[in-house]
Structures are given as C-alpha cells and as structure tokens.
Write a protein that binds this ligand. Structure first.
Ligand SMILES: [Zn+2]
Ligand SMILES: [Zn+2]
Length: 267
C-alpha cells in the first residue's frame, strides 16, 4: 500500500469517527426518545453484519454490474456543464435521484420480496443515526449489482457526482438522527428526523407515509404525506416488535416471510 493510500484510509477513518462522535453528542443533548443500550447494541450488530457481508460479496456485485454496463452502456444522456449550466445540471441530478429513490422506496414497501429485505431497516426499535446504515446485506449487493439506473441514464461528471452525494448526505443520512429539531412549518420543505420518524412509526395511521429521502414534496404530490404535529414523535419499529441477532441478520427475509405467512393466517 502506498503512503498516500494509507493517508487516505486514515483520513476517511477519522472523518467516520468524527461524524459518529458528533451524532452521539447531538443525540445525547437533544434526544427525541431515550434509547436503551440493548437497542443501540442491536443496531450496531445489524450494521456490522450487513456492511461486512456486502463487502465480502462486492466483487460478485461488481462483476454483474460490469456485464450489465457492457450490455446497456452508461451515461446515455449527457448533461450540459458549461458555466452556470453545471449548477442547473446538479439541480436536475438531485431531483432525478430523489424521485428515483422515492419510487424505489415505495416499491420496497409494496412488493413482498423487497419488503422482506427492507423490513430489516424498519426492525430498528429505536431510530438513531446508526439506523441509517442498517440495511439487509443482499439489498446492498443487489443495488450494486443492478448498476444504479441513474448511471445508465445520465452521464454525470465525477465532480458533480461527489457534489450530489455531499448534498444528499444531510437530509438522507441525518434523517435518522435521534435529535429533536423544531422546524415548524418548514417540516415539509426538506427531509428531517421528525418527517422520517413518521415513516418508522409503529402506529397504524403513519403506515406507508413519508417515503421521501430529500424532498417531502414527492410525498405531498403522490398522496403519501403525513405532516407531523409540532410535538408528534411516535414510537418506532415493526408491529409486533422484532429483534436482530447474528443468525437472523443473515437470514432475515426467510424469517420475515414466515412471520408474514403466520400473520396472514390469523388475518
Ligand atoms: Zn421504508
Ligand atoms: Zn429509515
């Protein structure tokens, strides 16, 4: 490994630790809900299993993605980047990415096969910053293997891709912060912990609401918005509540499909 690569790894690790640490300070200072240590530990276990398994399988995902890219080609549509066009194109990329995320997220709730994996994310009984990284490992592998449709459709220059990822970080990743941020009427402007908490709610009236990753406008336009009252911070998790351990973080969908079958029998 070259020394510049080592420096990069050290830098990224430092940023990672810094972000986690900052999130803990905020979550301790202005929490929405008290999180028992056991929930916090479960969340970390789920994230480590999921990221670890997905990384092991990354070469297979990359191989499949390569084959798809060879077949379809990538970057069908070239965006203008001269002068101020760069910003207009960035805006277009953000809106397109967000609409894609919104659509895919709704499918994850509507199609049983996808829900059997996505429910792993919703099984977090306490939503904290770490929950943002809690996704079933196969979901990650499939997303990488099936080469994001955006890369096939749009030719996004590398600097714009980095800028888009950076802009997305705030509303998307930070939506899971266990931090009370009173936004008042701006709660419908940009995704935030209260908006997304409704999506994770255990209450019936919040089910399949607030899918947006960046712009709650999609929820408003497509009829899936639930605008929370100023003090509305519901309990979160699946009903009935479920917990992860090492085994079921690997075989989650099988376990969950069985649950669903027994639930259906009961009506
Ligand atoms: Zn969801
Ligand atoms: Zn979430």
């Amino acid at each position: 490994m070259m020394s510049s690569e080592i420096a990069n790894v050290v830098f990224l690790a430092a940023v990672f630790v810094g972000v986690i640490y900052a999130s803990r300070i905020l979550e301790t200072r202005w929490p929405i809900a008290d999180v028992p240590y056991s929930e916090f530990r479960d969340d970390w276990l789920a994230v480590i299993m999921s990221v670890g398994l997905a990384n092991l399988l990354a070469p297979i995902a990359a191989m499949i993605a390569g084959k798809i890219a060879n077949f379809t080609g990538i970057g069908w549509v070239r965006l203008p980047t001269e002068g101020y066009w760069w910003y207009a194109s960035l805006g277009f990329v953000l809106v397109a990415m967000d609409l894609y995320k919104y659509t895919f997220h709704r499918l994850q709730h509507a199609i049983p096969f996808l829900w059997s994996m996505h429910s792993f994310h919703h099984s977090a009984n306490a939503v904290t910053f770490i929950t943002g990284a809690r996704h079933f490992w196969l979901e990650r592998v499939l997303a990488d293997a099936l080469l994001p449709i955006m890369a096939i459709l749009l030719r996004v220059p590398p600097d714009m891709a980095i800028a888009a990822a950076f802009v997305f970080f705030l509303p998307d990743t930070c939506a899971h912060l266990n931090v009370r941020i009173p936004l008042g009427r701006f709660v419908t402007w940009i995704n935030n912990p209260q908006w997304h908490r409704i999506h994770h709610s255990a209450l019936m009236e919040h089910r399949d609401k607030n899918f947006a990753a960046f712009f709650p406008l999609w929820d408003i336009l497509f009829g899936t918005a639930y605008v929370p009252k100023p003090d509305e911070y519901p309990a979160t998790g699946l009903v009935p509540a479920e917990r992860v351990d090492i085994i079921n973080s690997v075989i989650w969908p099988i376990r969950h499909l069985r649950h669903r079958a027994s639930k259906n029998e009961l009506g």
